[in-house]
Design a protein around this ligand. Structure first.
Ligand SMILES: [Zn+2]
Length: 385
């Protein structure tokens, strides 16, 4: 890790020296391309500074007046830097186009060529160095930085190419290279701006939201996941989860569900805060009635079938109770079967203590009815609720 930090520092120092050298040489030789290349190096330094600021801000814990953390400060910095980059690259672009239109012939200066060539060599060396340290320290961000240095090398090399063309009389080459480089910088500035605006506007990280929703939907006792939104920077994310549990689910189980949701922080290092909101529902949408093959009410878990009534669609169907004579874990298996069929209530005449607890932990409400007449009244009553 230390080696990765050292590589980052060396890269920043090299870029600072290159920016100054290219800026001076570019102004002296009135080469718009070299000035543009200097600006490119400056943007890279600003980019590194933003990453550093971001890490510092992410370390600052939430306080009373900023309970959601301070991560948007990074986006505000990005917004400022992004605007500076866009305006500067646009002004270089305009200058290069003007030079082209005016037919301004830059003079060929050997020192400017030497500076651009040195910049290309140093950037290639930086690229190789950062990629090799990145592979060694398993730092994907350093490898990405190394690849970026390779594009910096190409940028400086195109300035060199422009100089050579100018030397052979193609005076427009310098301005054309400057235009190409400023478009590249404009693109970088645009990306920084977009990133900042997305965070400031609380744009949802859809991919992570979907992944988290899937995990939460698999937690036992949750009736429905109503709202999942992940927002924040790529480094600091806030997750808000709203879910519904049946009124049968006990306080202890609700606490366990919340513990498991908050435990997602351990699996996703970028998540800094999880806000769970629980809603308790007494609504019954699907009832299971233990019946025999002729649809007669049986009233306990020894029934061969369950008649399932969906109150919303008013449809009903029969499922087989494949665990009717299970020797072990009968209550658990049946609770699982009913839960899979999205049943929220079961009507019985009698039920054992164990099965009762299993059904409750799945959020299934237990209703009692002695006979068919009672059963019909009960369903009519549930429907009217
Ligand atoms: Zn660059």
């Amino acid at each position: 890790m230390d080696e990765a930090i050292k590589a980052g520092k060396i890269s920043v120092i090299a870029n600072v020296i290159l920016t100054i050298a290219k800026g001076f040489a570019g102004i002296l030789a009135s080469s718009t391309a070299l000035i543009a290349d200097a600006l490119h190096s400056l943007v890279d330094i600003l980019g590194s500074a933003l990453v550093w600021i971001g890490i510092k801000i992410a370390q600052k814990p939430p306080d009373e007046s900023h309970p959601y953390g301070h991560f948007k400060a990074e986006s505000l910095a990005e917004l400022g830097v992004g605007l500076i980059i866009v305006f500067t690259s646009l002004s270089i672009l305009v200058e290069a186009v003007n030079n082209l239109i005016a037919g301004l012939k830059p003079s060929f200066e050997l020192y400017a060529l030497a500076v651009a060539l040195t910049s290309a060599v140093i950037n290639e060396a930086l690229a190789r160095y950062k990629i090799s340290v990145g592979i060694k320290t398993k730092s994907s961000s350093l490898i990405a930085e190394g690849k970026h240095s390779r594009t910096d090398m190409i940028s400086s090399l195109s300035v060199v190419l422009g100089f050579i063309l100018v030397y052979f009389g193609y005076w427009w080459a310098d301005a054309v290279v400057a235009i190409a480089i400023s478009i590249l910088i404009l693109q970088m500035g645009g990306e920084i701006l977009k990133n900042a605006i997305d965070v400031l506007m609380d744009k949802v990280d859809e991919e992570l939201s979907v992944r988290i929703r899937r995990i939460i939907e698999g937690i036992e006792g949750i009736k429905s996941v109503d709202f999942v939104a992940v927002r924040g920077t790529w480094r600091s994310k806030i997750v808000e989860v709203h879910f519904t549990v049946s009124s049968e689910v006990g306080v202890e189980q609700i606490n366990e569900i919340i513990r498991r949701i908050e435990g997602l922080k351990d699996s996703f290092s970028e998540i800094v805060r999880i806000i769970p909101v629980v809603k308790i529902s007494e609504e019954i949408r699907r009832i299971a009635i233990p019946v025999d093959e002729n649809d007669n009410y049986v009233g306990d878990l020894n029934a061969r079938f369950f008649k399932i009534i969906d109150l919303k669609s008013e449809k009903s169907w029969k499922i087989q109770n494949e665990f009717w004579n299970a020797q072990k874990m009968k209550g658990y298996l049946i609770a699982e079967l009913l839960s899979k069929n999205k049943v929220d209530a079961i009507v019985v005449r009698r039920i054992g203590e164990g099965a009762k607890n299993h059904l409750k932990s799945k959020g299934i409400i237990i209703k009692f009815a002695e006979d068919i007449e009672n059963l019909e009244n009960l369903i009519a009553q549930i429907k009217s609720e």
